[in-house]
Design a binder for this molecule. Structure first.
Ligand SMILES: [Zn+2]
Length: 164
């Protein structure tokens, strides 16, 4: 894969962290571009163990894999999308990454609140197109707040669990 592809994702990662998550100590988290087929395989594997929920964004996209401390991006997303689209998907995934520390999964209420906060910042910075994309996500996933209820997830998490 050409170096520019990796550099483009890295630039997005740095920009999004700097502008929207300045207090996040990202530590050992990194991001990585995967060839589309490799990305698909990993996504299927994660889906098989119930780690991937909801596929509402128009594909292609990214995926946050907590045990790897990685945000993976599909190569075709990185090569074909605008900065705004890349940033919006990166923001989506970083919200997941942040919440997994608190053992929250999916598009739960905490995820919505976090994304809502970022939305306010996006508006302040007058990045209108990005704001529209984030607003779209908030609406797309709004029903999941109630359907994959936080209660059910909390119950799941109370069961003894190996640490990643
Ligand atoms: Zn998600």
């Amino acid at each position: 894969m050409p170096r520019e592809v990796h550099e483009r994702l890295e630039a997005c990662w740095q920009r999004v962290k700097r502008d929207f998550f300045p207090y996040w100590k990202s530590g050992d988290w990194t991001c990585e571009v995967l060839h589309d087929q490799v990305f698909e395989k990993l996504r299927e594997a994660e889906r098989a163990v119930g780690k991937v929920t909801g596929d509402r964004l128009p594909l292609p996209e990214m995926m946050c894999v907590y045990p790897h401390r990685k945000i993976y991006a599909r190569a075709s997303l990185v090569t074909t999308s605008s900065d705004n689209v890349l940033d919006s998907v990166m923001i989506h995934e970083i919200c997941h990454a942040l919440l997994r520390v608190r053992r929250k999964r999916g598009h739960c209420l905490a995820w919505h609140l976090r994304l809502e906060k970022v939305y306010q910042k996006v508006c302040k910075l007058k990045r209108n197109e990005l704001a529209e994309l984030i607003d779209y996500q908030l609406r797309q996933y709004s029903d999941e707040v109630y359907s994959t209820s936080d209660l059910q997830m909390d119950r799941e998490l109370k069961a003894p669990k190996k640490r990643p």
